[in-house]
Every structure is written in C-alpha cells, then in structure tokens.
Write a protein that binds this ligand. Sequence first.
Ligand code: F6R
Length: 606
Amino acid sequence: MCGIIGCVGRPDETLDVLMHGLGKLEYRGYDSAGVALADGDVGGRLAVAKRAGELDALRSVVDHTGTADGDLEGSVGIGHTRWSTHGPPTDANAHPHTDCGSRVAIVHNGIIENFQGLRDDLEAAGHEFTSETDSEVVTHLIEAALDEGASPEGAFRAAIARIEGSYTIAAVFAGTEAVFAARNDSPLVLGLGESATYIASDIPAFREFTDRVVYPDDGEFVRLDAGGGGWTVSDADGEEITKEIDTVAWDAEDTGKSGFEHFMLKEIHEQPRSLRQCLRGRVDELGGRIELPEIEELDPTAVQFVAAGTSYHAALYGAALFRAAGVPAQAFLASEYVTSVPPIGDDLVIGVTQSGETADTLSALREARGRGAETLALTNVVGSTVARECEHVLYIRAGPEIGVAASKTFASQLAAINLLTLATVEDGNREVIAALRDLPSTVQAVLDESTAETVADAYADAGAYFFIGRGLNFSVALEGALKLKEITYRHAEGFAAGELKHGPLALVTQETPVIAVATGDGELARKTVGNVKEVEARGAPVIAVTDGRSDVERYADHVLSVPETHPRTAAVLASVQLQLFAYHTAADLGRSIDKPRNLAKSVTVE
Ligand code: F6R
C-alpha cells in the first residue's frame, strides 16, 4: 500500500535520499507524496512539503533550496507515497501529518482501526485536525503526551500504545536528531549505511546506499540516531533487542529500468534470468532429483492453497499439479477463505504471495495456523511477514518486481511450484525436470520471436476481450485477462474454455476477440479447439496461443507461437505471450503501465 522512507544522515543529503527512496517506492501507492525534515537545533523546526498526485508533483516544489512550506534541510527526515484509504488524494490528506504545534511529523502505512474514537476525544480536548485520514490521530496523541512532559521517544511510544490496527509509523521531531518507527502487521526494514541509516517499507528505497539490512518484527520499535549511524531496536518496554544483520542478495541496478520504457517490459524480458535464479542449485538433473533442503521435512498428504490476484492463478496451477500427483489439493481466494474455512485435517496450507505482505493472504494463513495447520510460504520477498510467520518458506527468487502488474514473479511462482511438487509428492519426473532446465531458454525464444505487439495493435480498439483455456491453461487464461484489465482498463475475462457455452458465449460478437490458449495435442487441446470453433462460428476474431501441435491455427485469425515443451512449462510460455499482448495493448492506449489507476503493488489492507 503506502511506501515509507526515513533517513538519518548528512543535512545536505537527506532530502535527496528521501526523494530517491520515494521514487523507488512509488509502486506501493502514487496518490500523493510528501517529506518532512528536522534538525537538531534547540528550538529547531520541522520543514514539510507534500502534494497530491504522483511524485513529480512533489518534485516540482522540492528544489533543494527551499519551498513555500519552509526550508527543506535537516539531518533527519521521513517521506511517504500514498495509496488512499481514508480520505481522497488531496494535499491535506497527503503525509506527513503534523500536530497543532508542528512539533512532530509522522508518516503511516496501514489502517488505524480505532481512529474515530481517538479523534473524537482529541477534538474534544481542543486538537485541530487538518485532514480526513486515520493517520493524523497519531500526531495529536504524540502532541498530548509531549504536553504532559514526555520525551519525544516516550511520546511516540505512548501514542503507539493507544492505537489498534495495522501500521508502520515513522516520526521526526523538531529539535531532535532521530527517526522513530514502529510496526505491526506492516512491512519495515532497516538499512545500515556507512554514515547514514535508513528505514523503509521495502529495500529498493535505500539499496543504492547499502546492502546491510535488519528486519524488525511486529511490536518492535526502531530508533535511528544522528552521529555515527547509531540505531537500536527495542520491545514495547524499551528493552533493547539484538537483531541479526542480513546482506541483500541483489544489486541496486535490479531496481532500475535498464533502458526499457517501463518496469513491466523490463521485468517481462528479465524472465529467463529470474527463472534461472529460481532453479539454480535446486535441480539435480543427473540424479533426477530436486534439492530443496528448506522443505525437506514436508510430506503433504493434502494441500490447501491461499492467495490473491495473480498469485491465486499460480495457486490454481499448483493445486492442479498436486492433484495430478494423487494428492487432494484446492486453491482458495484468501479473502474468501476466512469467511468459510474448509476442514483442515492434515492439510499443508500454502500461502502464495509475491510480496509476502498481502493482508488477505496473511489472514487466511493465520486462520489456518490457529486451527493447527502446518503452513508454507511461497514468496519472493526475503524477510517478509509471510516468511516470518509460516513454519516453512520456499523463495521464488525472482528479484525485485517494481511494475505493479506482476509478470516475472508469476513465471517464477509456477517454476517454484513445480520444484515443490517434484520435491514432495512426485517421484523423479525426469520429463518435467528436463523441461524446467530448458525453461529459461524457451522463454527467451518466446521473447525473441513474439509477434504480440503486431497482434495487440490489431485489436487495441476492441470493446472486450475473452481468454479461454483448459486445465493448466485455464489459470493462464485467467492471468492473461487479469493482466489485460489491470493495465489497459479494458474489460477482459478469463473462462474455462468448456464453460463458455454455459453462458458467457452470449457476450461473444465480432467486436470481442477471443484469446484461446491451446498447447499440446492431447484431449484438452482438442476440446479447446472445439470451443474455438464455437466462437469462430459467431464471428469473433480468434487469437490462438499455441505450440502448433493442434489444428487450432486453422480457426485463428492470429497466432502467438510458443515452442513445444511439457504442458506444465507450456503454461509459462503462453503466459509470457499474454503478458506481452497486455503490455502492447496498454502501450497503444497510452496507459500508465507501471502504475495503473487505483492499484498498488502490495495490498496490506483486507
Ligand atoms: C496482479 C497483481 C495482484 C497481486 C495480488 C497479490 O498483477 O499483482 O493481483 O497478485 O495483489 O499480491 P501478492 O502476490 O503480493 O500477495
């Protein structure tokens, strides 16, 4: 959801660090942005600048020499990029928020559930609110504690003790050279540089300056101090906690665009590399074995997947793989799982989540754990909440994904799910192992030869798009439709190819292209071809995603080809074609591809 950055460093650099960090965090929300800086002068003051709109709106008022809001200099600072929950994106609702006396500024990611009662009490006590946000109560709670004589840290802790909900909150105080932060159910990572320290919602915010990180846990407090990079993590009673320092496994360049016009295009093209990373050291082809020491003890007899969005599509694929291996398995939308929890028994419950922070998925996993289930996290983000809460973790190792629409992480989720089934419930499936080995190069071949741009150009004006597939290609169809709707804002639906005739066929006309995913030459492909004939008979243009092994091409107006491979890896190749199709359609329509309207990459509210 929102992105937070904080820094304690040199007065002439802190603002630049904050603005750089916000640029890297914009994928988390881009409704408005702001910064607050403080220095240690006695009687010092806060400088705040914030603007509705994308970061460029803030950039235009932050010129490093001063703004209408005050001189923006200071050794300590915090910044925020927002995805609105309480109150529309306006200057007033943008973070940071300050108290009545401008002694403290805070930024917040999450939801404060008991804010209304607190606000009523604070207003009754004379505090004046300037925004509609839930977050602003924190500044006035801090102010009230300061008025009672608390120190800045004491006041910060007192305010945190009063709030309920999910949050990462960071604060700076006029006249205090420190940044304070606390977290509960919301991401926070600490970066340790040579002469500066950082906090952020995600590592890309400060990766350029350091690769040394610390992950505070829920309920912990962080204090960054000026002068020599001092930092502490402590519990709610103020007791210092010894934390491990980790080293980040990827480079700062991984969070740049590397010459591509959009992060999404770069990430689509990165898939051969990210898949190699996912598979590296895990596939023993000679021995026909998968090496996954991290999940060695797992021996699932039944599986439930919980996930949202793209990750849910990977979960559908995963459940199909387990079932094919004779293990009962089902995929659930995480947000629905908690409304009617299925009997769990001995099921292994697997949370698939790129970010590791999706509130719906975390809730579903907590519910399952509360009922005694063993849980496994399949995630991309090291140290994420899901990774810390589940008993077992399998990292998909896709590297940072910045484009809001998932691409390379979907491919790596599918690859990692294959590793998982091979390691736990399949006995040496050499064909799949060989196909996985070749997957990075077959994806490269798709990228090199794709005609998706030309096909997308031909249909950029269509009113609606339908995606169909069977079996594993049903998850691919759902994902293709989600990708298209997210970044083009056009109506798109994915259907099980066999379901079309049970209702959706009524929507099919000459104006609605049908994208049919039909790989292989088996029964599923043959039946899909039958469904393609049905739509062709109704005049719909057909785009076939095929490896040429069925005769679907005969009924198609356009073909997006993939190399012949195992059906499991064919699904990955087909989804790459559909990513490119969505991307080029969105580019034709001039959409904001990396930051689609109303969306954010990490959805930390239920
Ligand atoms: C789609 C997309 C979202 C996410 C969903 C779950 O392109 O990115 O649908 O897949 O919000 O996010 P994670 O995987 O982080 O749990």
